[in-house]
Design a protein around this ligand. Sequence first.
Ligand code: CDP
Ligand code: CDP
Length: 217
Amino acid sequence: MSKINIAIDGPAAAGKSTIAKLVAQHFNMIYIDTGAMYRAITLYYIEQETEDFSQLVQNIDLRIVLQNGQRVILNDVDVSERIRENDVTEKVSHVASQEPVRTFLVEEQQKLAQEKNVVMDGRDVGTTVLPDAELKVYMIASVEERALRRLKDNELRGIESDLESLKIDIERRDQFDMNREISPLVKAEDAISIDTTGLSIDEVTNEIINLAKVKMV
Ligand code: CDP
Ligand code: CDP
């Protein structure tokens, strides 16, 4: 079987990371969550209180450790859980729209994928980070279902939230991500759309595994 890269993009809480992880496990591929990297820079932005994004990415000490799932290390501290909290979620789209931030992270992400064999999820993986990925998926789901899924996630993580605010946050972030100037969230022309509304995790995972098998021969 030949090595391939798989790009999974789509709006917030569509199921990208859950399914990307399972697909990666199935094929013994490496899973890379690009959203976590934008979240880590956002945490640093909150700590540094600066709008000078060139300086911010020059000074940041960010490490992505890819053994046993992805861990995000910021200034020697594992912030993998901290970056899911509400203050980061609120500001991440603003930070992710800044040119120095995108240039810095896209380069890092391309390095991680240069040997192939990665499943990478985000907003611009199929369009900008890995335009030559052998398989591209654009994952969507209704906003109601996405908000419900995120509510359950937050309950499990002990993060306080309510359905209506989650819906508002998801819609606000989608609009911002779709309308920003640099690498907006958009389906790559050659991506396959999957609407996961009403589908189980297994159903979506199997669909992508079957699509990938065709590309690996
Ligand atoms: O998991 P969730 O859908 O909440 O978002 P995420 O994947 O953690 O991404 C958080 C934010 O980072 C998104 O709303 C985008 O603003 C930004 N992002 C991006 O601009 N490009 C990517 N490749 C990944 C995330
Ligand atoms: O990465 P993204 O923000 O697109 O979504 P996620 O964090 O993978 O998924 C959000 C939640 O939806 C997770 O708790 C998944 O278990 C759940 N999910 C689901 O219930 N059904 C699916 N078909 C996909 C995800």
